[in-house]
Design a protein around this ligand. Sequence first.
Ligand code: ATR
Length: 289
Amino acid sequence: MESRISAMTSLYAFIASPAHHSKSPLMHNCAFKELGVNSVYLAFDIESDKLKDTIKGFKAMGVKGANISMPHKQNIIPYLDQISTASRLCNAVNTIILKDNKYYGTITDGIGFIKSLEEKKWSINSNKITMVGAGGASTAIMVQMALDGAKEIVVYNRTIREEFIEIINKTSKETGCLITLKPLSDTSSLRQDMQDSYLFINTTGVGMEPMLNQSVVPDSSYFHHDLKVADIIYQPAVTKMLQMALDAGCEIMNGELMLLYQGAESFKIWTDLEMPINKVKKVLGIEVK
Ligand code: ATR
């Protein structure tokens, strides 16, 4: 046991299933240690039928905060006392904090993605963006880009779901950003939208295990060399889609900076402190510039 852990140590948690691949404990424990915060962060593999009891137990134990990941980001909402506007629009939560014995939920994925764009000096302001995916992470990214001044967002997804169309309509109305949803099978539209875009993003799991050698874009002829290309996957570091983009001469970004900055945002919510980014980058094996 580390000597910094005492009878006064606060507990923060990661709840998901599977959970034991997560890099969040590394990040947050590094930050707690670096800043001398008497807290510890642990990962818990929680199956869906245990989620309600977990939150109840956490509240009884005074667990100060947690990150929520797959498959609980949406299902946790009924067990929380309050959620943020971003969580309401996305219908997803990835961070909870205990305040006055109440759990408040919000989502930091979108802010994390925007901060990773800022580090790359990629500007979404007044630009057109094409993205693939309509899941929890996709929605958070789409909503945050719309809130932060994107001009137009075209979302491609394998499935066209009424629920997602409602989110798009609500987000368009509240932000003034033009957002459209198209089927991923419409490859000629995809080619055209990618041609006209400043940024292309894959927000699906296509490209990581168990879909490792797959890509949401059919081939590298879809990319033009001025297109910025992001994948929120960080394992592998270069997905098949990112390799196609590299082959076409594009600048690329994988998901490791988004992972870092969504964590930094959760850390700020819990502690009111800035995460020591360069220290955490070292722990995660991210290049420090
Ligand atoms: P997360 O919360 O991590 O975003 P999710 O909510 O399960 O995860 O969303 C997964 C996204 O990946 C969805 O957009 C999903 O498409 P569907 O809505 O059609 O299911 C997309 N996805 C998963 N497997 C895919 C595949 N083989 N081809 C295309 N899209 C896929």
